[in-house]
Design a binder for this molecule. Sequence first.
Ligand code: DQA
Length: 146
Amino acid sequence: MPDRPVVFVLNGPNLNLLGMREPDIYGSDTLDDIAAMLDDRGRELGLEVDLRQSNHEGHLVDWLHEAQATGAKAVLLNAGAYTHTSVALHDAIKGIRTPVIEVHLSNPHTREAFRHKSYVGMAAKATIAGFGPLSYLLALEAAAKI
Ligand code: DQA
Protein backbone atom coordinates (compact mmCIF):
# COMPACT_ATOMS: atom_id res chain seq x y z
CA MET A 1 0.00 0.00 0.00
CA PRO A 2 1.44 3.41 -0.95
CA ASP A 3 1.54 5.94 1.91
CA ARG A 4 -0.21 8.62 -0.08
CA PRO A 5 -3.81 8.42 -1.37
CA VAL A 6 -3.79 7.35 -5.02
CA VAL A 7 -5.38 9.23 -7.90
CA PHE A 8 -5.79 7.24 -11.11
CA VAL A 9 -5.29 9.25 -14.31
CA LEU A 10 -6.76 7.15 -17.11
CA ASN A 11 -6.23 8.01 -20.75
CA GLY A 12 -7.98 6.50 -23.72
CA PRO A 13 -7.26 6.00 -27.40
CA ASN A 14 -4.67 8.01 -29.30
CA LEU A 15 -3.52 9.90 -26.23
CA ASN A 16 -0.24 7.95 -26.49
CA LEU A 17 0.35 10.11 -29.58
CA LEU A 18 0.23 13.41 -27.70
CA GLY A 19 3.03 15.72 -28.76
CA MET A 20 2.85 14.70 -32.42
CA ARG A 21 -0.93 14.31 -32.77
CA GLU A 22 -2.70 17.41 -34.19
CA PRO A 23 -0.48 19.78 -32.15
CA ASP A 24 -2.62 22.76 -33.18
CA ILE A 25 -5.45 21.21 -31.14
CA TYR A 26 -3.66 19.20 -28.46
CA GLY A 27 -0.37 21.08 -28.04
CA SER A 28 3.20 19.81 -28.01
CA ASP A 29 3.37 18.19 -24.58
CA THR A 30 3.59 14.41 -24.53
CA LEU A 31 1.69 12.19 -22.12
CA ASP A 32 5.02 11.62 -20.33
CA ASP A 33 5.34 15.40 -19.88
CA ILE A 34 1.84 15.49 -18.38
CA ALA A 35 2.65 12.52 -16.14
CA ALA A 36 5.77 14.27 -14.84
CA MET A 37 3.83 17.48 -14.14
CA LEU A 38 1.12 15.53 -12.27
CA ASP A 39 3.69 13.51 -10.31
CA ASP A 40 5.36 16.73 -9.12
CA ARG A 41 2.13 18.43 -8.12
CA GLY A 42 0.78 15.20 -6.64
CA ARG A 43 3.78 14.97 -4.35
CA GLU A 44 3.17 18.54 -3.17
CA LEU A 45 -0.50 17.71 -2.54
CA GLY A 46 0.33 14.47 -0.77
CA LEU A 47 -1.11 12.33 -3.56
CA GLU A 48 0.29 9.44 -5.55
CA VAL A 49 -0.54 9.71 -9.26
CA ASP A 50 -1.04 6.46 -11.19
CA LEU A 51 -1.23 7.47 -14.87
CA ARG A 52 -2.17 4.89 -17.49
CA GLN A 53 -3.12 4.90 -21.18
CA SER A 54 -4.85 2.34 -23.34
CA ASN A 55 -6.33 2.25 -26.80
CA HIS A 56 -8.77 -0.45 -25.65
CA GLU A 57 -12.13 0.36 -24.12
CA GLY A 58 -12.23 -2.71 -21.87
CA HIS A 59 -8.92 -1.78 -20.23
CA LEU A 60 -10.45 1.53 -19.19
CA VAL A 61 -13.49 -0.29 -17.77
CA ASP A 62 -11.22 -2.67 -15.83
CA TRP A 63 -9.16 0.23 -14.46
CA LEU A 64 -12.28 2.05 -13.27
CA HIS A 65 -13.25 -1.11 -11.37
CA GLU A 66 -9.70 -1.35 -10.02
CA ALA A 67 -9.86 2.23 -8.78
CA GLN A 68 -12.82 1.31 -6.63
CA ALA A 69 -11.42 -2.06 -5.54
CA THR A 70 -8.12 -0.54 -4.41
CA GLY A 71 -9.68 2.46 -2.69
CA ALA A 72 -8.31 5.14 -5.01
CA LYS A 73 -9.24 8.64 -3.92
CA ALA A 74 -10.43 9.73 -7.37
CA VAL A 75 -10.10 9.05 -11.07
CA LEU A 76 -9.24 11.65 -13.70
CA LEU A 77 -10.54 10.23 -16.97
CA ASN A 78 -9.72 11.44 -20.46
CA ALA A 79 -11.46 8.74 -22.46
CA GLY A 80 -10.51 10.30 -25.82
CA ALA A 81 -13.00 9.38 -28.53
CA TYR A 82 -14.68 6.78 -26.26
CA THR A 83 -16.05 9.80 -24.41
CA HIS A 84 -18.54 10.20 -27.22
CA THR A 85 -19.44 6.54 -27.83
CA SER A 86 -19.02 4.40 -24.75
CA VAL A 87 -22.07 3.30 -22.79
CA ALA A 88 -19.70 0.77 -21.14
CA LEU A 89 -17.61 3.58 -19.65
CA HIS A 90 -20.77 5.43 -18.62
CA ASP A 91 -22.01 2.32 -16.80
CA ALA A 92 -18.60 1.67 -15.21
CA ILE A 93 -18.48 5.21 -13.79
CA LYS A 94 -22.03 4.81 -12.48
CA GLY A 95 -21.11 1.42 -11.05
CA ILE A 96 -18.33 2.64 -8.78
CA ARG A 97 -18.37 5.03 -5.85
CA THR A 98 -14.94 6.50 -6.61
CA PRO A 99 -15.40 10.08 -7.85
CA VAL A 100 -14.55 10.42 -11.54
CA ILE A 101 -13.56 13.75 -13.07
CA GLU A 102 -13.83 13.95 -16.86
CA VAL A 103 -10.82 15.70 -18.42
CA HIS A 104 -10.16 16.97 -21.93
CA LEU A 105 -7.28 18.92 -23.40
CA SER A 106 -9.52 20.58 -25.98
CA ASN A 107 -13.04 21.86 -25.44
CA PRO A 108 -15.20 19.31 -27.28
CA HIS A 109 -18.17 21.70 -27.28
CA THR A 110 -16.38 24.10 -29.61
CA ARG A 111 -15.53 21.32 -32.06
CA GLU A 112 -17.46 18.96 -34.36
CA ALA A 113 -21.05 18.12 -33.39
CA PHE A 114 -20.18 14.46 -32.79
CA ARG A 115 -17.99 15.56 -29.87
CA HIS A 116 -20.79 17.46 -28.14
CA LYS A 117 -22.27 14.37 -26.51
CA SER A 118 -20.31 12.84 -23.64
CA TYR A 119 -21.35 9.51 -22.17
CA VAL A 120 -18.52 10.02 -19.65
CA GLY A 121 -19.68 13.50 -18.67
CA MET A 122 -23.24 12.28 -18.11
CA ALA A 123 -21.94 9.96 -15.38
CA ALA A 124 -18.92 11.87 -14.03
CA LYS A 125 -18.86 14.12 -10.99
CA ALA A 126 -17.47 17.05 -13.00
CA THR A 127 -15.75 18.00 -16.24
CA ILE A 128 -12.67 20.11 -16.88
CA ALA A 129 -11.93 20.81 -20.54
CA GLY A 130 -10.23 23.23 -22.86
CA PHE A 131 -7.13 24.18 -20.88
CA GLY A 132 -4.66 21.83 -22.57
CA PRO A 133 -2.43 19.98 -20.06
CA LEU A 134 -3.64 22.42 -17.39
CA SER A 135 -7.02 20.61 -17.51
CA TYR A 136 -5.31 17.62 -15.85
CA LEU A 137 -3.62 19.84 -13.27
CA LEU A 138 -6.87 21.59 -12.36
CA ALA A 139 -8.60 18.23 -12.06
CA LEU A 140 -5.83 17.01 -9.73
CA GLU A 141 -6.27 20.11 -7.56
CA ALA A 142 -9.98 19.34 -7.36
CA ALA A 143 -9.32 15.67 -6.60
CA ALA A 144 -7.15 16.71 -3.67
CA LYS A 145 -10.05 18.63 -2.17
CA ILE A 146 -12.91 16.13 -2.57
C1 DQA B 1 -10.07 14.68 -26.24
C2 DQA B 1 -11.29 15.17 -27.03
C3 DQA B 1 -11.93 14.02 -27.77
O1 DQA B 1 -13.04 14.49 -28.53
C4 DQA B 1 -10.95 13.37 -28.71
O2 DQA B 1 -11.53 12.24 -29.33
C5 DQA B 1 -9.67 13.01 -28.06
C6 DQA B 1 -9.07 13.95 -27.12
C7 DQA B 1 -9.33 15.85 -25.56
O3 DQA B 1 -8.58 15.59 -24.62
O4 DQA B 1 -9.47 17.00 -25.98
O5 DQA B 1 -9.07 11.97 -28.33
O6 DQA B 1 -10.52 13.80 -25.22
